[in-house]
Design a protein around this ligand. Structure first.
Ligand SMILES: Nc1nc2c(ncn2[C@@H]2O[C@H](COP(=O)(O)OP(=O)(O)OP(=O)(O)O)[C@@H](O)[C@H]2O)c(=O)[nH]1
Ligand SMILES: [Mg+2]
Length: 346
């Protein structure tokens, strides 16, 4: 029996859920069972009650607000423990069309990819303002550079994961799961497919950002941090190179007069140049340490993947779980019988 679980992370989405479920499928080709899971992140508007009343089978209710990245991961973890073979994440605001789920899961079902990302065509999509379009394009570029995977819509929240991909994912940055999960996919053995999808225009205010400026600030901060996190050597070496060049420039008055046979004076430029060169060497050394820490992170990731497999195998219950619609929750756990396919490639 194959099971699809559609998960919807929510922050105060009571008003959106009734319209959302009208388009969420109960049957998808290739699956015997399709279930819905809501992840409530400390909503104050009765999101959980509405989710129950509109037929969600499973509810994960975080006791306090933890942010989208943690909510997303808690949802994946619960879906695995509920026996999902494939997990689809979609947003509550109605931007994505439930009828696209069948198309989204196809490459995953057919074994062409471990993960599929719904591509909204962000570079040309109407309804996104200029800054959002540019920042989404920047996000996709950073993901391509940091991971070697080409993903045209890296910030898309409409995604499908097979069990292996879901077991391997770990998000540690709080800002967003979208970019980091793709970079990790590129660094491990998880293959990614891009599936063109419909995008509906959404009027309701974002739950992630309070204003345009907030979006720009958080996006630039988040994207830079993720890049430095996954490509520390490149970032630190670039910073060190800039300082080294500035140091040589500061030394140049002394070097020029020394070449002309007058090695006296220019004490300020010698001191400034020396300070800059020492700083460059230290930053390069920090880059090497950060690179080694990155390797440690990859090792921890593989340990965590094995712990998750054991948890699922032994039937550990999902965290913060409540059954949804009475009688709706079926088969709370199911063992994973296959060995890990993860390979150390990073
Ligand atoms: N659990 C949880 N869900 C959240 C949080 N912030 C946003 N969400 C949910 O994540 C989904 C995406 O949030 P949106 O408000 O649609 O984000 P957006 O700014 O419109 O981003 P785009 O849809 O990519 O344009 C929605 O289902 C939200 O309810 C959060 O802090 N916790
Ligand atoms: Mg949205």
């Amino acid at each position: 029996m194959t099971k699809l679980i559609v998960q919807v992370p929510c922050l105060n989405e009571a008003g959106q859920l009734p319209a959302l479920v009208r388009h969420l499928p109960r049957q998808v080709d290739g699956f015997d069972q399709v279930e819905w899971l809501v992840i409530d992140d400390g909503s104050t508007d009765g999101t959980v009650d509405v989710a129950r009343s509109v037929g969600f089978d499973h509810i994960v209710r975080l006791p306090v607000h933890k942010g989208l990245a943690i909510a997303f991961q808690t949802g994946l973890d619960a879906a695995l423990k509920l026996g999902a073979d494939v997990i689809v994440n979609t947003d509550a605001d109605g931007q994505y069309d439930g009828s696209d789920i069948a198309r989204l899961v196809k490459p995953v079902l057919q074994g062409e990819a471990d993960m599929a990302v719904g591509d909204r065509g962000v570079a040309s999509a109407e309804g996104f303002n200029w800054s959002k379009r540019r920042l989404q394009t920047l996000g996709s570029w950073v993901v391509s550079r940091a991971s070697g995977t080409r993903v045209p819509d890296a910030t898309s929240g409409f995604r499908a994961y097979n069990r292996d991909a879901a077991l391997q994912l770990v998000v540690v940055t709080a800002f967003t799961y979208t970019l980091e999960t793709l970079i990790q996919a590129g660094a491990t053995s998880v293959t990614v497919a891009n599936v063109p999808i419909e995008r509906h225009h959404v009027e309701r205010p974002s739950r992630l950002f309070t204003s345009n400026w907030d979006y720009i600030k958080k996006s630039i901060g988040g994207i830079s941090r993720i890049y430095a996190f996954y490509r520390p050597l490149r970032v630190f070496t670039t910073a060190a190179a800039v300082l080294a060049v500035a140091g040589l420039a500061a030394w140049s008055p002394f070097l020029i007069s020394w070449a002309r046979g007058d090695p006296h004076g220019h004490i300020q430029s010698i001191i400034l140049g020396a300070v800059l060169i020492i700083a460059a060497v230290q930053i390069f050394a920090l880059g090497i340490v950060a690179d080694l820490l990155g390797k440690q992170r990859v090792l921890s990731q593989f340990t965590l993947e094995r712990v998750r497999r054991l948890e699922v195998h032994t039937g550990a219950p999902p965290s913060h779980y409540e059954p949804g619609e009475p009688g709706a929750a079926r088969e709370p756990t199911r063992a994973i019988d296959r060995p890990t396919s993860a390979t150390l490639t990073s």
